[in-house]
Design a protein around this ligand. Structure first.
Ligand SMILES: Nc1nc2c(ncn2[C@@H]2O[C@H](COP(=O)(O)OP(=O)(O)OP(=O)(O)O)[C@@H](O)[C@H]2O)c(=O)[nH]1
Ligand SMILES: [Mg+2]
Length: 247
C-alpha cells in the first residue's frame, strides 16, 4: 500500500464511531473465580447464562478454561486425574461490572481410582446439573483428540441431547497429533455428530439454521483453536461482537 493509502485508511478508521472500532481482545480474559459448589442446592440463584465444560477426567477441561481466559491458574489443572471434584464457577463481566454469565468447570468423569461413594456423588452432581439447569446455554464437551467418544462421552451426549441445547466439542491435546491425524479425527468427529438428530426444534435442513453440534481441534499447549472457542463462548454468553484479530 502507498504511503498515501495507509494515511487515508488511518484517517478513515479514526473517523469511525467507537462502536465500530471493536476490541480484538476477548472479554473472557476478565473472568474471575466466583464460587465452588458441592451440592445442587448450593448452585447460585442467578438467572444469567452459563456455559459448562464437561469431559473425562484429565481430558484438559481446566487447562482449556485457563487458556481461553488467558490466565495461568484460574481453574486448577493437574497431572493427577480427578483434580476437579466440585463444580467451579467463573464470572465474566465487563469493566462496568455488567455480568454476562458464568463459565462452569465440572468434575471429570471416568476416573477409576476414585472410591465408590465419592464417585457416585460427583457423577450424580454432574448429571443433575447438566440436565436440570435452565440457565445452561450450551455444553463444551472436552475430549482428548487421541481417544474421543469413549463410552462415557457417548453416554453424556445422549443424556444431554433431550435438553435441546447445543454442544461445542474441543478435541484437545491436538499438539500430540500429526497434521493428517488431526484432519482425520476432526472429520470423523463431525461425522459422528452428523448422525445425531437435532433436538432443538429448529429445521434440520435449512442452511440458515446454525448447527446444534460443532467440533474443533484445540491445544492448550500450542494455543490452537483459542479464537474459535472463545467466539462460541461469547455467542452463548451474549457478549457483544469484537473485531477479527489481525495476525
Ligand atoms: N500436550 C498437552 N497437554 C495438555 C493439554 N491440555 C491439558 N494437558 C495436560 O493434561 C493434564 C490434565 O489437564 P487438566 O486440564 O487438569 O484436565 P481436566 O480435564 O481438568 O482433569 P480433571 O480435573 O481431572 O477432570 C495436565 O497434565 C495438562 O497439562 C494440551 O492441549 N496439550
Ligand atoms: Mg479439571
Amino acid at each position: 500500500m502507498s504511503q498515501y493509502g495507509a494515511f487515508r485508511d488511518a484517517l478513515k478508521r479514526a473517523s469511525e464511531p467507537c462502536a465500530q472500532r471493536l476490541q480484538p481482545m476477548s472479554l473472557l480474559h476478565q473472568a474471575t473465580f466466583f464460587t465452588t459448589v458441592n451440592h445442587l442446592r448450593d448452585l447460585p440463584a442467578t438467572a444469567v447464562p452459563e456455559v459448562a465444560f464437561a469431559g473425562r477426567s484429565n481430558a484438559g477441561k481446566s487447562s482449556a478454561l485457563n487458556i481461553l481466559c488467558n490466565q495461568k491458574r484460574l481453574a486448577f489443572s493437574s497431572k493427577t486425574p480427578g483434580r476437579t471434584q466440585h463444580i467451579n464457577y467463573f464470572g465474566v463481566a465487563n469493566k462496568a461490572e455488567h455480568l454476562y454469565g458464568y463459565l462452569v468447570d465440572l468434575p471429570g468423569y471416568g476416573y477409576a481410582e476414585v472410591g465408590g461413594g465419592v464417585k457416585v456423588h460427583w457423577q450424580q452432581l454432574l448429571g443433575d446439573y447438566l440436565v436440570q439447569r435452565p440457565q445452561l446455554r450450551g455444553l463444551v464437551l472436552v475430549m482428548d483428540s487421541r481417544r474421543p467418544f469413549t463410552d462415557l462421552d457417548v453416554q453424556l451426549i445422549e443424556w444431554f441431547l433431550p435438553t435441546g441445547r447445543p454442544i461445542h466439542t474441543l478435541l484437545t491435546k491436538a499438539d500430540k497429533l500429526t497434521r493428517q491425524e488431526s484432519i482425520n479425527v476432526l472429520r470423523s468427529a463431525q461425522q459422528t455428530f452428523a448422525n445425531y438428530p437435532r433436538t432443538d426444534g429448529l429445521p434440520p435442513d435449512d442452511p440458515a439454521t446454525p448447527p446444534q453440534f460443532t467440533v474443533q481441534l484445540f491445544s492448550s499447549l500450542k494455543r490452537t483453536g483459542v479464537d474459535a472457542a472463545q467466539r462460541q463462548l461469547e455467542a452463548w454468553l451474549e457478549i457483544p461482537a469484537r473485531a477479527i484479530p489481525t495476525k
